[in-house]
Design a protein around this ligand. Sequence first.
Ligand code: NAP
Length: 452
Amino acid sequence: MRAINPATGEVIQEYPEHGPEDVARLIARAGKAFLAWRETPFSKRAILMKSAARVLRESRGAWSRLMTMEMGKTLASAEAEADKCAWVCEYYADNAERLLAAEKTATDGSESFVRFDPLGTVLAVMPWNFPFWQVFRFAAPNLMAGNVGLLKHASNVPGCALAIEKIFMRAGFPEGVFTTLMIPGSAVEAVIRHDEVKAVTLTGSEPAGKSVAAIAGSALKKTVLELGGSDPFIVLHDADIEEAAAQAAVARCINAGQSCIAAKRFIVEEKVAERFEKAFVAAMGRLKVGDPMDRKSDLGPLARKDLLMELEGQVKRSVAAGARLALGGKRLGDKGCYYSPTVLCDVVPGNPAFEEEIFGPVGAVVRAKDASHAIELANRSRFGLGASIWTGNAEMGKVLAGRIESGAVFVNGIVKSDPRLPFGGVKASGYGRELGLYGIREFVNIKSVWVK
Ligand code: NAP
């Protein structure tokens, strides 16, 4: 596996892959580790998980530089990511026992209750865009629940994949409780089919999700899928338009636009559309694109050359189909995968910028006749991950939230993940949840116990 710095195009390092025999040995080791780990009390698991948080904080600089080098996010956002990983470890160290406490239920028995027992070895297939966070979001609740984890990380972040395993080892976790498998996507099927592997979670694209779910389905193994999104950002006429436009630029350009929950379709009531477009274009135009190691940069490069070319093609097709290019629309520089913040206006259903997930700093502005039309447009998407509504009337925002087809709705705020709230989607954005009460209970055996 080869790590390439997307800011320069230079090869950082080559990493050897695990062959089938290594994989078999590591899966067997995980299975053995599970037998002891499931008997380990929550209090002891919590001490280790807090130790992982400490390792994350103590070497924050090194982890952050690694993320920035391998996938191009700015150093400041990589530091924030390392901090968030420490938070998720601490949150589940403090709360897993409560979230998984047995629940008593009155029946005709003298006692009956529901237990939440771990399943065993869980495979996590993960993407490169938040190369630490996506993995800790899976690992912290699942290891606290008593499962053991196998990670198959994206091939362009091999250094991060190994660093995460190192963090758990340095924290004192027993060998085999968390294992990184250095394998390509083509080797995932054999892992899923292995008897020792009980379930699989995938965060990534729709094709990868479909493939993994089909294999897991044929082997009767549970899956959770966190896939793509085309999140609507709805601006109603009574919103603070300038504030909404400033937040729209932030929401679109998080991680250089490479976030599943980045706002992608800006659906604005007609009577304020011109004002919004002007302020949005100005805010997007102020963003500084440059070296992700430079603290003055707001955006770094995209993570890979093929992703840059795909984005460029999507913008060209959207303009050819009638979108008006109000800002950007071009690559920057001849070295590295840089793309300019871009605004497309007059986007309508059927346009590629409306229908497809655009994974880069490209905002599509769509005009709506009124609030009802805005909701109709928001829901006219294959995806259903997150949504935000900007309005001067939060009560109205709450009512409209009930009509939106997505896994999360934020009123007057940017969609974000939080260890305390379930995270996931509906429709082509996937199924199942991570985080919160519902996330930690995805990979457990919900067991009824009845006593006479
Ligand atoms: P991707 O190409 O699907 O890759 C994701 C992971 O799946 C990688 O580890 C990849 O391995 C693996 N993979 C790809 N095809 C596979 C297959 N046929 N069988 C088994 N494994 C396979 O996606 P990406 O380009 O890394 O990430 C971008 C996508 O992820 C976007 O659509 C984004 O919206 C979505 N995403 C969703 C969430 C969420 O929480 N809903 C969060 C972040 C990203 P290789 O790298 O070795 O190919």
